[in-house]
Design a protein around this ligand. Structure first.
Ligand code: HEC
Ligand code: HEC
Length: 231
């Protein structure tokens, strides 16, 4: 099967390792590899030790939902974690060149992750639709976040804007705190809006995001679905 994102991965320009601030002095690497999801499946065994075979993340927010994330976003995170630009001491040793290999293997593992259906029961915030907090979160989202992350939280592959729809509430909360405290370097415009929000506003906006619906076609049929490649 030729993955539909093949073209977007080909000739992709990535700002990688070495730059000290977002998109400044990037070492530009042109990726021209044909993704091989079968090799990706093999490599994903390393990842699955932590991320589990479904790559669905957990409700406590220690692990993100990787399934459904844009390939460029996944690739950028791998490169940022590998270079230490995004601090992740737990995962760091597993994405070094001597453990996982070069760009071809990264492209392959990302192409495999992209074949996985999403967790139909990601964790959500405490305020469902109809509550005041939900409405305030919606306002905040539309004013501060949707220009990049999209009206439905769908993100944008070409611009490296993560899909937030379907991401665990607690994981997003931890990431927002890391961005605010300068532990994760992101687009400066995003860092500025996050820093301008109070803790309460951050909770409300992430709560709203956690209720954004995920298109049914992207979801696994049930929460009991298990990745058959790992049976
Ligand atoms: C030893 C455990 C461990 C292993 C092995 C591991 N990861 Fe991770 N990974 C994590 C943790 C923990 C995080 C969340 C870090 C944080 O909170 O910033 C993470 C985050 C990520 C992210 C960032 C997602 C996002 O949206 O922010 C990606 C992408 C990722 N992992 C992919 C992989 C892939 C692909 C592999 C295999 C090559 C892998 N991981 C192996 C522990 C691991
Ligand atoms: C200027 C564009 C922009 C705006 C505005 C913006 N973001 Fe982001 N956001 C990004 C980018 C780019 C990333 C990925 C950063 C990286 O590569 O590590 C990101 C990452 C995130 C993440 C981490 C996702 C993950 O999978 O790890 C969360 C959560 C998030 N944004 C929430 C928000 C919220 C909430 C708002 C509004 C208050 C917001 N963003 C506004 C561009 C933006």
């Amino acid at each position: 099967m030729m993955p539909r994102y093949f073209k977007s991965l080909c000739g992709l320009l990535l700002a990688v390792a070495g730059s000290t601030s977002f998109a400044t002095e990037p070492v530009k690497v042109v990726l021209e590899f044909e993704p091989d999801p079968a090799n990706g499946r093999y490599l994903f065994e390393i990842c699955a030790r932590c991320h589990l075979p479904e790559a669905w993340g957990d409700n406590e927010g220690n692990y993100p939902q990787l399934a459904g994330q844009h390939t460029n976003v996944l690739m950028k995170q791998l490169l940022d974690i590998r270079s230490g630009r995004r601090d992740n001491p737990t995962m760091w040793p597993f994405v070094q060149e001597r453990t996982i290999g070069g760009y071809q293997n990264l492209v392959d593992v990302v192409s495999y992750v992209a074949t996985l259906p999403m967790n139909p029961h990601h964790s959500q915030g405490p305020w469902p639709q109809g509550t005041e907090e939900y409405k305030e979160g919606m306002q905040l989202y539309q004013t501060n976040c949707s220009s990049c992350h999209g009206a439905g939280g769908e993100g944008d592959n070409a611009s490296y804007y993560p899909r937030l729809q379907g991401q665990h509430f607690s994981y997003m909360k931890r990431q927002a705190i890391r961005v605010r405290d300068g532990l994760r370097e992101v687009d400066p415009a995003m860092a500025a809006v996050i820093k301008a929000l109070s803790d309460e506003e951050t909770d409300k906006v992430l709560n709203y995001i956690s209720y954004l619906p995920v298109p049914a076609k992207d979801l696994a049929p049930s929460a009991d679905w298990r990745n058959p490649d790992f049976e």
